[in-house]
Design a protein around this ligand. Structure first.
Ligand SMILES: Nc1ncnc2c1ncn2[C@@H]1O[C@H](COP(=O)(O)OP(=O)(O)OP(=O)(O)O)[C@@H](O)[C@H]1O
Ligand SMILES: [Mg+2]
Length: 226
């Protein structure tokens, strides 16, 4: 079953100094349960590609389907609902809420969705990502980078999304911690989540099963530029 399908997607940003084509006729299809890396030089469109799949950005042209739904022309409210129900995000800077504890950060998306039992579920998630239980009451600045990223992964999993999108999730971590986080993402994929990771690091990409390469906004998924 396909979970993501992009057909001839173009994204043009209009700037005062002219327009920038961040994505140029990108066609890509992702099956449920895939583990994919997205590589390419800085400015090649990787974040734009991920943000369009994550309904954080909308395409200028082409069609996009996420979780079986065509997202073209959906309003902000509908896009927010798709993000909340179907997608979990993990970022390079962790993006945890500084004033909330680890457990409260994980609970937050469940509270927004109105999920019952979020306190217990949050505790289960803390142990499922391999974080010491006693760290649950720590604020983000009382955690190491690797621990913060575990919390961010637990938060991404909170509403049991089909798709996890990660933009340079190991970009701020040392190489040992990077490997631990990739191992956790690999196990998460083995439990059935579709995962798409943007990375510059071939070591990180080596954990995934398929790599998309972007160059100047154009995609190459299997050795041939489309
Ligand atoms: N919101 C925006 N407004 C204007 N231009 C943008 C915007 N976002 C991205 N761009 C431009 O689109 C192109 C692709 O950017 P994108 O962030 O997708 O690249 P990237 O591959 O993620 O790069 P990096 O590896 O540095 O993170 C770049 O030329 C960038 O300057
Ligand atoms: Mg980027």
């Amino acid at each position: 079953m396909k979970v993501v399908e992009l057909v001839e997607v173009t994204k043009v940003y209009e700037l005062p100094r002219g327009s920038v084509k961040a994505l140029d006729n990108v066609t890509a299809s992702i099956e449920a349960g895939e583990f994919i890396s997205v590589m390419g030089p800085s400015g090649s469109g990787k974040t734009t590609f991920l943000n369009i799949i994550g309904c954080l950005d909308t395409p200028t042209g082409g069609t996009v389907e996420v979780g079986g739904e065509n997202i073209n022309g959906l309003d902000d409210e509908a896009l927010t609902k798709i993000r909340r129900d179907k997608i979990g995000f993990v970022f390079q800077q962790f993006n945890l809420i500084a004033t909330l504890t680890a457990l409260e950060n994980i609970e937050y998306p469940m509270i927004l969705k109105g999920v019952n039992g979020h306190e217990e579920k949050s505790k289960e998630l803390v142990s499922s990502v391999g974080l010491d239980e006693e760290l649950g009451d720590n604020k983000p600045n009382e955690l190491s980078g690797g621990e913060q990223q575990r919390v961010a992964i637990a938060r991404a999993l909170a509403n049991d999304p089909d798709i996890i999108l990660a933009d340079e999730p190991t970009g701020n971590l040392d190489s040992k911690t990077s490997r631990d986080i990739m191992q956790l993402l690999k196990e998460t994929n083995e439990r059935g989540k579709t995962i798409i990771i943007v990375t510059h690091d071939p070591q990180v990409a080596s954990y995934t099963k398929r790599t998309f390469r972007l160059v100047d906004g154009r995609i190459d998924s299997d050795g041939v530029f489309l």
